[in-house]
Design a protein around this ligand. Sequence first.
Ligand SMILES: [Zn+2]
Length: 97
Amino acid sequence: MKYAPIPVLQYQSILRCADFLHLLPICPECGEKAIDYLYVGDKNTGIGYLPIWCNKCKQGIQLSRVGIPEGAKKISINDADSIRKNIPNFNQVYPTD
Ligand SMILES: [Zn+2]
């Protein structure tokens, strides 16, 4: 079952709540409670990108050039090994506007 596409505004809300992503109720694509995220960025600038994916259906989004909040789960953009180990290959879905 495919849920309706979610508007970009909702993704922006997700970003604002990124510290609480583990509390997100369900995946908008499959309805399972299996959302995960990991900031990938530069520790000097505090800027990076943010993949958000579902561990169940392996769909997700990626937000570019985001500020990394204090205390958020993050890895270095230079640590290719960690990126490969911690972020699954997921199909990127594109929000509607
Ligand atoms: Zn899902």
